[in-house]
Write a protein that binds this ligand. Structure first.
Ligand code: HEM
Length: 514
């Protein structure tokens, strides 16, 4: 139901796990533990003692600890059935629990869950424990973590170690630049109808349960009768009088273990450009949509965009839309960042004038077929919180000679073939409308924007109905788009799961279960 107009309660940051607000970037070391619950009472005892990091501001913490559970995990902890039923379908079924979901996510061929190291039926973790520490302090923190009831409570399924390789991801591109700005103060105007401008500010309810989302509605979540919470541990539901909100201040996190074949990526790009270092770099930039240093390759918009920083240090990185590039000649339509966030509003920009707007709302007057191919961005944003793993490597290590843009070579021959990649993590309140939409309708969709191809970095390369999807089109100013073919699997999925990251009060509620 739409939210009422009564004054909203303030956000209690002490009830929210810190990862929603902070990426813990100053804590350069991190390790994530995928666990099965062996003894529910011991697990609850461990949780009751664990110092979970909250989103309250103050001095940046010396370490951070976050926890989240799969649906199976909540069940194993003894969470009552009426709460379990209140979660979203995709969370209940799980990332790998349904063949059609796997197909839509691109988890086919070498990404097929049957090949995963963890997360397929039979190896779905119950819980993820995320530990962040300062340099050289991770081992000590891990020893502290594994004290008390840990050994009785859990069996370790798979460790997800990470490696700080600076502010780049393994292919060598600056990462973590574009993130939505969360409307923590809840001041974003209610938008009942169309939004004409791209905005980077997202309603709180897009990233936390229990608050209105971009549709001005509350996402479904587990609510319980007040009598089931006699100690009043859980907050009241804002939208349902008399109900306690198990979901409020909690959220979903999506974890995808992505292995990156960095040598294959650079060798491919090198071969496509006849070993010309300048052309090679240009093609790689086109595939990402940004230069390796992080600059967008599309012309930057001169006027400010709501919710995007006006800080001169960062403004050039994120102050743009694709409005100035309707033909994709500056940034190809299929570039990774143009797929992952097309930066468009509910109606295209030329609909500003009333008459144009009415005509467009009736479905006429389109400038071209592309106008109607992309859904508005504001309903499909995610907060990315991933970390890299594996030894760093740069273009020079792979191709030798003029590397153009690689960091200093630090890799031994043995490390060249080592596994590396991204422990992709994103936060969203609605997995199907946010992460799954981006992944399936934009990144993995071979018909995205009228193309016959998938995301040039992450896409699965299998043909669709006999039509190859392993190409990448680069529109040209003077003539038809240049199409390069034969892209291979630069990224392979090794595991994944959907987790619920509860609020601190929901954790307390769980710990009281007997
Ligand atoms: C190994 C796999 C991946 C690599 C190497 C990669 C790399 C990058 C890079 C270099 C950027 C540009 C820098 C930035 O804005 O932070 C970026 C942006 C982004 N990526 Fe990925 N990415 C990967 C997987 C994914 C996946 C699986 C998703 C979601 C389903 C995703 C969603 C996004 C989004 C939403 C942006 C920001 C777009 C914008 O707002 O401009 N990425 N990625």
């Amino acid at each position: 139901m739409p939210f009422s107009h009564q004054p909203f309660s303030e956000v209690d940051f002490r009830d929210i796990q810190g990862l929603v607000r902070y990426g813990h970037g100053h804590l350069e070391e991190a390790s994530f533990y995928l666990l099965r619950i062996a003894d529910a009472a011991a697990a609850r005892a461990w949780l009751a003692k664990a110092s979970i990091t909250t989103a309250a501001s103050g001095h940046p913490p010396d370490m951070a600890l976050q926890v989240a559970f799969t649906h199976e995990g909540l069940k194993a902890l003894g969470v009552p059935a009426d709460i379990l039923q209140g979660f979203s379908d995709e969370f209940i079924v799980g990332m790998a629990g349904d063949e059609s979901r796997s197909r839509r996510l691109g988890d086919v061929g070498q990404n097929d869950p049957s090949r995963w190291k963890w997360g397929q039926v039979g190896t779905v973790p119950h819980m993820i424990v995320m530990l962040y520490a300062k340099p050289n302090e991770l081992a000590g923190r891990e020893a502290e973590l594994k004290k008390d009831s840990w050994l009785t409570a859990f069996t370790e399924l798979y460790p997800l170690h990470t490696k700080n390789i600076g502010d780049t991801e393994p292919f060598g591109f600056k990462d973590g630049i574009s993130q939505p700005v969360i409307d923590w103060e809840r001041t974003k105007p209610e938008r009942l109808h169309d939004t004409l401008d791209y905005t980077n500010v997202a309603a709180l309810g897009e990233f936390l349960l229990g608050y209105p989302n971009e549709y001005t509605r509350y996402t479904d979540r587990p609510l319980i009768d007040e009598k089931e919470d006699p100690d009043r541990i859980l907050p009241l539901a804002e939208d349902k009088p008399g109900k306690r909100d198990f979901g409020r201040n909690g959220t979903y996190i999506v974890v995808r273990d992505l292995s990156q074949d960095v040598p294959a990526f650079w060798r491919y790009v090198d071969a496509q450009t006849n070993h010309d270092p300048v052309a090679r770099q240009k093609l790689a930039h086109a595939m990402v949509g940004r230069t390796m240093k992080g600059d967008p390759i599309v012309r930057i918009r001169p006027e400010p965009i709501e919710g995007i920083s006006t800080d001169p240090e960062t403004v050039w990185e994120n102050q743009f839309t694709f409005e100035n590039d309707p033909e994709g000649t500056a940034c190809p339509f299929g570039a990774h960042i143009r797929r992952a966030n097309p930066r468009n509003a509910d109606l295209p920009a030329d609909a500003r004038r009333l008459w144009r707007r009415i005509v467009r709302m009736l479905g006429f007057g389109s400038r071209g077929s592309r106008d109607d191919l992309l859904s508005s961005t504001r309903f499909h944003r995610i907060l990315r919180r991933g970390r890299e793993f594996g030894p760093p490597i740069c273009v020079k290590d792979i191709l030798g000679g003029d590397s153009r843009g690689g960091t200093a070579s630090q890799v031994s021959k043995a490390d060249l073939g080592a596994e590396r990649g991204l422990r992709f993590i994103c936060i969203n309140a609605n997995i199907s409308r946010q992460f799954e939409f981006i992944q399936t309708a934009w990144m993995e969709n071979p018909k995205f924007d009228g193309l016959d191809e998938r995301d040039p970095l992450t896409g699965a390369r299998g043909a669709l109905a006999g039509i190859a999807t392993n190409s990448f089109s680069v529109p040209q100013d003077n003539g038809p788009a240049k199409r390069i073919a034969g892209l291979t699997d630069f990224v392979t999925v090794r595991g994944g799961a959907y987790f619920f990251m509860p609020s601190i009060s929901a954790l307390r509620y769980i710990c009281r279960i007997s």
